[in-house]
Design a protein around this ligand. Structure first.
Ligand SMILES: Nc1ncnc2c1ncn2[C@@H]1O[C@H](COP(=O)(O)OP(=O)(O)OP(=O)(O)O)[C@@H](O)[C@H]1O
Ligand SMILES: [Mg+2]
Length: 260
């Protein structure tokens, strides 16, 4: 089946579970799923476990019917691409070279000409063509994040896992990147899971949402079903309203902290 299904996943660090029997999905192809939840709720742990960087202690991670938890690391690396929350220090390589290296490693067998063309196209699509010949280790924080996104997108993995990819981006790029992400997810039929703290961006740009709380799924469904005053109170301990703006877009307004 063309989707991701997480069943009874237990995972954590040093034998201490953070996720305890978590089940979610199916997450469909061609859809962007927002992974939401407070600090420490297990979002990065879930992504790292899906990417195979953390062992799954129990459970199944079924990608198109194949259990990733039991797949060889090389197979996982081919199927899933993880962009970490903390980016590694940039190497002395240009943005274009780094995107081309990513394309080559993720799409073995593709013609060199196609990879060159796609590398340039992804860079242009993200709006960073002027950075193509700049060195990664000489970029600003946001520029580095955009270059990392280009590296992730050019690989066209089946499962695209992005951990807070907007955290260093300005307002314009946040909107633009979510647009590109949604378009590329549809065009290449990716299953995209993206960690977001900005609930308004999730409401506006995501097709589906998962809300984590204490290593468990608190809610799953359409973003508008997941982000509600009741879940915001339970999970984030805030008093909030979700209202439609005059253009009809749902927006979160926080009025204060909820009492203990
Ligand atoms: N390398 C690690 N070793 C031990 N415990 C860890 C490690 N990384 C995370 N944890 C713990 O696992 C829990 C979940 O952390 P995780 O990084 O998944 O949270 P998160 O939802 O991504 O939070 P944030 O929004 O702050 O990034 C936390 O209690 C955290 O302290
Ligand atoms: Mg995290």
């Amino acid at each position: 089946m063309a989707q991701l299904h997480i069943r009874g996943l237990t995972a954590g660090y040093g034998g201490r579970p953070v996720l305890q029997g978590l089940s979610a999905g199916p997450l469909a192809e061609s859809a962007v799923t927002a992974l939401l939840g407070p600090n420490g709720s297990g979002k990065s742990t879930l992504l790292k476990t899906l990417a195979g960087l953390n062992p799954a202690l129990r459970g199944e991670l079924l990608l198109d019917g194949e259990d990733l938890a039991r797949a060889a690391p090389s197979r996982r690396a081919e199927r899933a691409m993880y962009m970490p929350q903390m980016l590694p220090k940039g190497v002395h390589m240009t943005v274009f070279e780094s995107v081309l290296v990513a394309a080559r490693s993720g799409r073995r067998g593709a013609a060199g000409q196609d990879l060159m063309r796609d590398a340039m196209a992804v860079i242009a699509d993200l709006g960073i063509a002027t950075l193509a010949s700049r060195y990664l280790d000489e970029l600003s924080g946001g520029q580095k994040q955009l270059a990392s996104l280009a590296q992730a997108l050019v690989r066209r993995p089946r499962l695209l896992l992005l951990d807070e990819p907007l955290s260093a981006l300005d307002l314009n790029y946040q909107f633009h990147v979510m647009d590109v992400l949604r378009r590329q997810t549809r065009q290449h039929r990716l299953i995209t899971l993206v960690v977001l703290h900005d609930l308004n961006i999730a409401l506006r740009h995501a097709d589906h949402a998962l809300l984590l709380h204490g290593g468990m799924i608190e809610a799953e469904g359409l973003p508008g079903e997941v982000v509600t005053p009741a879940t915001l109170r339970r999970v984030y301990r805030v008093r909030a309203r979700v209202e439609r703006c005059p253009q009809g877009q749902a927006q979160v307004h926080v009025d204060g902290l909820a009492g203990a």
